[in-house]
Ligand binder design. Structure first.
Ligand SMILES: Cc1cc2nc3c(=O)[nH]c(=O)nc-3n(C[C@H](O)[C@H](O)[C@H](O)COP(=O)(O)OP(=O)(O)OC[C@H]3O[C@@H](n4cnc5c(N)ncnc54)[C@H](O)[C@@H]3O)c2cc1C
Length: 422
């Protein structure tokens, strides 16, 4: 684990100093309220920035395990050879520039009684409010034969930059006749169209390299998937005969994967593959579960109007760890970060509360200049998030519209990452 750097030490010192001041002198009992944010991804980095944005009345410390964040969103375009890896990678200078204290360390525990976050490096950070955005974890044992170690041979490519690079290295090494197997997860999981955009981008990369007779078989846990008819239409147009999707009635269930032999056995057959991408079923980030904030669903129940945990209201759980019907997307995590920041500022320093409303749009590239999208509006109702006005791309859209949507997606990425890290 990396040691805290200069910026993070300052953040720790500032936090420690605030804590000392609070206990030393009752006259400074009005010291700035302390908010700790754990997880510097789409949700957490947004929350930290917006907690400070234009106002230094709240002491904010962001604790993140890594010095750089690699966006899972648009990682499929990197796989397709349409974006360099560096373009997915962001540092935290912009967030620090808003006055957020940074600590680069793994959070090992949360003491909810003491309202204290503990890191592997030994820091202890007290908080008045805690925001948790640790992303997803996997049910590793749900696919027989799969494990965290097996992910080094059969990558999931669903979190963390190293996994995206491993997928890309494996893809780039494939030759004629290669078989790729993608095991797609059951709902709920982050970015529902992503496994199918991934298959498209893999096919695109192989086709562009002139690899002959390669095949991609998707073994799905679901009997249908997001924008299914649009993807299948796109696959027939761009990659005829290359991508085959099987629902559970066709494959009969995954019986085992063998990372050494590179085989996937279903109820009906054993696939000997050149590359296997196993995307396991998902649950809330481990830290949130270890802190006792998850329910039987594996995710953390929250009040949709505040993002406050229903188990501990001093903790706001945002992003993919949040339970309920929130879309598990970077777009949504960014919105949830702003909602949590607004509510916390309102509670702690009396800032204004605005009505909670947001939209979520998700673009998927089937090929360069051929992007589809879906989305909806969201608002809280009786503590739950409720979707309205869903829309999705249509089969008969013109090539010009599809190309425009691909440009929209690229523009969204720039806007989103600037909003999170700028
Ligand atoms: C292939 C793919 C394509 C996608 N495409 C899109 C898309 O087009 N549009 C879209 O909106 N979304 C997309 N997503 C989904 C999006 O990436 C996630 O929904 C979003 O990143 C969730 O944000 P988060 O803050 O919950 O988690 P993350 O962004 O994963 O951030 C979690 C952070 O917490 C840190 N962390 C975790 N535990 C600890 C700990 N104990 N201590 C310290 N730090 C910790 C991690 O290091 C990480 O930086 C895609 C995802 C994938 C996998």
């Amino acid at each position: 684990m990396s040691k805290p750097n200069l910026i993070s030490r300052r953040g720790v010192i500032r936090t420690a100093a605030a804590a000392t001041a609070l206990f030393a002198c009752p006259a400074i009992a009005k010291a700035k309220p302390r908010v700790v944010v754990v997880g510097g991804g789409a949700g957490g980095a947004t929350a930290a920035k917006y907690l400070r944005h234009g106002n230094d009345a709240v002491e904010v410390t962001l604790v993140e395990a890594n010095r750089h964040y690699v966006t899972p969103f648009t990682s499929n375009l990197y796989l397709g050879g349409l974006k360099p890896f560096e373009s997915l990678t962001f540092g935290y200078e912009g967030v620090a520039g808003h006055g957020v204290g940074l600590v680069f360390d793994q959070v090992s525990a949360i003491d909810r009684d003491k309202r204290e976050v503990r890191t592997a490096g030994g820091a202890r950070l007290g908080y008045d409010r805690l925001v948790l955005s640790p992303g997803i974890d996997f049910r590793w044992d749900a696919v027989p034969g799969y494990s965290e170690a097996a992910a080094e041979r059969m990558p999931h490519g669903y979190r963390g930059g190293a996994q995206f690079e491993l997928l890309k290295r494996q893809l780039d090494a494939l030759g004629d006749g290669a078989l790729i197997v993608i095991i797609a997860p059951p709902n709920p999981y982050r970015c529902p169209p992503a496994p199918y955009e991934r298959a498209s981008m893999m096919a695109y990369a192989l086709k562009s390299r002139g690899v002959k007779n390669a095949r991609i078989v998707i073994l799905d846990a679901k009997d249908h998937f997001a924008m299914q008819t649009l993807f299948i239409d796109g696959w027939e147009r761009h990659y005829p005969g290359m991508i085959e999707w099987q629902d559970p009635t066709i494959h009969g269930g995954i019986k085992a994967v063998d990372p050494k032999a590179m085989t996937v056995t279903t109820d009906f057959e054993t696939h000997k593959a050149a590359m296997v991408n196993v995307i396991p079923p998902q649950i809330a980030g481990r830290l949130a579960r270890d802190a006792g904030l998850a329910d039987a669903s594996g995710f953390c129940p929250v009040d949709a109007g505040t993002m406050a945990s229903l188990i501990d209201p001093s903790i706001h759980v945002i992003g993919d760890s949040a339970g309920g019907e929130f879309p598990k997307s970077g777009f949504s995590a960014n919105n949830e970060g702003k909602i949590a920041a607004m509510i916390i500022r309102a509670d702690l320093i009396g800032d204004r509360r605005m009505p909670v409303r947001f939209t979520n749009h998700c673009w998927s590239d089937i090929a360069p200049d051929d992007a589809i999208k879906n989305g909806a509006r969201y608002a809280p109702q009786d503590g739950k998030i409720v979707m309205s006005d869903p829309y999705t791309s249509q089969l008969d859209e013109s090539p010009q519209l599809r190309a425009k949507q691909a440009r929209e997606a690229a523009g969204w990425y720039i806007g989103m990452t600037t909003d999170i890290f700028g």
